[in-house]
Design a protein around this ligand. Structure first.
Ligand code: GDP
Ligand code: MG
Length: 728
């Protein structure tokens, strides 16, 4: 016999509906151990028997009241086959809160949309078909007071109860702070099998974050990972308290309402909705998510962010560059000629310094992004882009992956690839995983910033906006191409959470921006430093042979022999200002030195490797130095800048020059065509090593990991050749 529970808010018409279904032929008892009334009845519908239970009316399933506790315990312990959530159509927003909580539990819930007569009277139009699609469950209209819709409801209950796969649990995104911890907790719970016999792992994690007394004390009795979970929840809560002045529980509730309000946006319309009846957030949304104005405002914001980032970071970046230039000068003057000096000046200072120099830019970019996230606007961006994404065979959740990966410049593809877990369709998920790494992540940012600084200094924000848009366009086009091979129908039940707007706090923004910027700096000081040293070694060894060195020494002596010894002596002195002939002598010697350095670099292991690719890569405008940088960039994209820094420093004409790398590139004959070709290549080629590993892990397939490594590099190469050939 199938069991059916009727649940809903107080006064939504549960008892009326229960009486309609049972013909008022019920039996009243109390729920075990408490004095809450339990009405129960057996009925027959189309020959099938059901037990119907009327649950106590509650607004939520957070067990603050006895009724809430009873209702939730009944669902968890008795596991009814079907839950009919009665929704008051005239008050949908509040009524759907409980529904969302049922969905989060993974309970087999469907909806009876009651009081539709009242809704009609109040001129509230509800698109019931769209509501069913968005909620992804059957929805039946009823007017319980007039016994309307009862039969249809029972037919649907029978069908729903018999279906194998009723509904999949709802995974809402609760914003970046919570999502990150939630996933970690979920994995911990799953691995430990902690209370998983009774509850879904994600739900348990959520209850710990909400500090749900009942579940937490049940967890304390169970032992296991209880203490770890509590500690994680506490840490997150204090983080949220300092950054957003609220609690995880409140934020989670906000996102639930956000989810609901985004459903209602496309389902409910008021025939006469004077603006003053709407909440402030809804009023703001009327403008910010408007079909026409919204995207324009979005682009405007993006441009402003880049404008702000480049404007605010201009001087700090310059100061850091001079600091590293000065450091290089000090090391150059203070250390004796030799390998150690070369390692310190060319390997470390010019390599890692190039990456660290962009730290202020990263900091301000993250500050701006934190503003979008904390204010709630980021969610609107995803909401608007959902429509665009459908055209390309993706869905709204893919937007989240893209944005986490650096959609607004400055994310990371590793969490982006992992965020694709929430995507329901297997194939859309795969395509999202494979295309999210095209976003301008924080590691590509210094590469872009370097090229922008060198070649588009007049309009930095515009160039960055162009790079971002081009990245999206390429990612979506590739998604479309992949889609024609793999995807059939996009999932239509996607809903993006629209939490209410909040005024971000300066403290919150600063902490969020600093946390991520610190990760960038730490990476530069550890991983990037190690790779830079390795690359320096590869660019230094093997050194030129005695015989080759002799050739240059002879050339220098020949030059000296042809000149007046007094001029040679003056030119070799430490004096800054010398006479014209002595300066000419200096220039001639410097030319020989440069040839020697250049040959030394070309002769090194990395140089030979870079050279071996040059016959092909020259068509894309990449010389062997760029080749070295790009190959090294597969380890981590920041390394592209670091190894260009080292390569151009090792082969430098005047090692005492404190030019920034951007200036060096321009001076050594790079053109806009070279720059754009390198931009396109960086955008498209293989994801960094860690991302490739993440792709392998998330798709469970080595084939796709290799695909991203090899095929994307080929595609990038073809695109760069096209770009370079056309532009030059
Ligand atoms: P419960 O608290 O959820 O059990 O709700 P009840 O069944 O006790 O109903 C609360 C009130 O709403 C009663 O006065 C009902 O007559 C009324 N009611 C129930 N369903 C409808 C409906 O569909 N339309 C209208 N207009 N009133 C209804
Ligand atoms: Mg009642």
């Amino acid at each position: 016999m199938k069991s059916v529970a009727i649940a809903g808010n107080p006064n939504c018409g549960k008892t009326s509906l229960f009486n309609n279904i049972t013909g008022a032929n019920y039996h009243v008892a109390n729920y075990p151990g408490v004095t809450v009334e339990k009405k129960e009845a057996k009925i027959k519908h189309n020959g099938e028997e059901f037990v119907i239970v009327d649950l106590p009316g509650t607004y939520s399933l957070s067990p603050y009241s006895l009724e809430e506790k009873v209702a939730r315990d009944y669902v968890v312990n008795e596991k009814p086959d079907v839950i009919i959530n009665v929704l008051d159509a005239s008050n949908l927003e509040r009524n759907l809160y409980m529904f969302v909580q049922f969905m989060e539990m993974g309970a087999p819930v469907m909806a009876a949309l009651n009081m539709v007569d009242v809704a009609k009277l109040r001129k509230i139009n509800i698109d019931i078909k769209a509501l069913g699609e968005k909620l992804n469950v059957p929805v039946i209209e009823t007017v319980a007071r007039e016994n309307k819709g009862t039969k249809e409801l029972l037919d649907e209950v029978a069908k729903f109860g018999a279906s194998q796969k009723k509904s999949s649990p709802l995974d809402i995104s609760y914003g970046p702070d919570i999502d990150e911890v939630l996933v970690k907790m979920e994995t911990k719970i799953k691995d430990a099998g902690f209370m998983t016999a009774k509850y879904l792992p994600r739900w348990v994690a959520l209850k710990y974050l909400e500090n749900d007394e009942q579940i937490v004390s049940e967890g304390a009795e169970t032992g296991g990972v209880h203490h770890e979970l509590s500690a994680m929840a506490e840490k997150l809560n204090s983080h949220i308290k300092t950054t957003q002045k609220t609690t995880a529980e409140n934020l989670i509730a906000d996102y639930r309402y956000g989810y609901i309000s985004s459903i209602l946006k496309s389902v409910v319309s008021h025939e006469d909705s004077p603006l003053d009846r709407l909440y402030l957030s809804d009023r703001i949304d009327q403008v910010l998510t408007n079909k026409v104005l919204g995207p324009m405002i979005m682009l405007g914001f993006l441009y402003l962010i880049y404008e702000f980032t480049f404007w605010a970071s201009e001087y700090p970046v310059m100061w850091l560059e001079s600091l590293f230039g000065w450091l290089g000068g000090v090391a150059d003057a203070g250390m004796s000629e030799g390998l150690l000096k070369s390692l310190v000046t060319s390997g470390i200072i010019d390599g890692v310094g190039g990456v660290l120099g962009f730290a202020p830019l990263i900091l301000f970019m993250f500050f701006a992004i934190a503003f979008l996230e904390d204010s709630g606007y980021m969610a609107r961006t995803a909401y608007m882009l959902d429509r665009v994404f459908r055209i390309f065979g993706l869905q709204g959740n893919s937007v989240v992956s893209y944005i986490v990966s650096g959609g607004i410049a400055g994310g990371c593809a590793v969490p982006g690839v992992m965020a694709a877990r929430t995507i329901k369709g297997e194939k859309e998920r795969l395509i999202t995983i494979l295309t999210a790494p095209f976003m301008p992540c924080g590691a590509k940012l210094p590469v872009y910033a370097l090229l922008i600084k060198a070649f588009f200094p007049e309009n930095e924000a515009g160039a960055m906006l162009g790079i971002t848009l081009l990245s999206w366009l390429l990612a979506l086009s590739i998604a479309r191409i992949l889609g024609t091979f793999f995807v059939k129908e996009p999932d239509s039940a996607f809903v993006m959470e629209l939490p209410p707007y909040r005024m971000p706090t300066l403290k919150g923004l600063t902490i969020h921006a600093w946390e991520r910027c610190w990760m960038y700096v730490r990476k530069a000081g550890t991983v990037i430093l190690a790779i830079s040293i390795l690359l320096w070694a590869m660019m230094t060894f093997p050194q030129l042979s005695e015989k080759q060195l002799e050739v240059y020494e002879n050339q220098r002596q020949e030059i000296a022999a042809q000149l007046d010894p007094a001029v040679v002596e003056e030119g070799s002195s430490d004096a800054e200002e010398v006479s014209a002939p002595a300066q000419e002598y200096r220039d001639l010697i410097a030319e020989v030195d440069a040839r020697e350095a250049g040959d030394g670099l070309a002769n090194s292991l990395a140089g030979r490797l870079g050279k071996s690719f040059e016959p092909v890569t020259q068509f894309a405008g990449f010389d062997w130095r760029t080749n070295i940088a790009l190959i090294a960039g597969i380890a981590a994209k920041e390394v592209v800048v670091a190894s260009l820094g080292t390569a151009y420093s090792l082969g430098e004409v005047d090692p005492e020059e404190t030019d920034s790398l951007a200036d060096k590139l321009v001076k050594s004959g790079w053109t806009t065509a070279n720059a754009i070709s390198l931009l396109v290549f960086t955008m498209l080629y293989s994801p960094c090593f860690v991302t490739v590993v993440a792709i392998r892990k998330e798709t469970g397939s080595t084939k796709w990991a290799m695909f991203s490594l090899v095929v994307y590099t080929l595609v990038a190469f073809i695109a760069s050749i096209a770009a370079f050939q056309i532009l030059s």
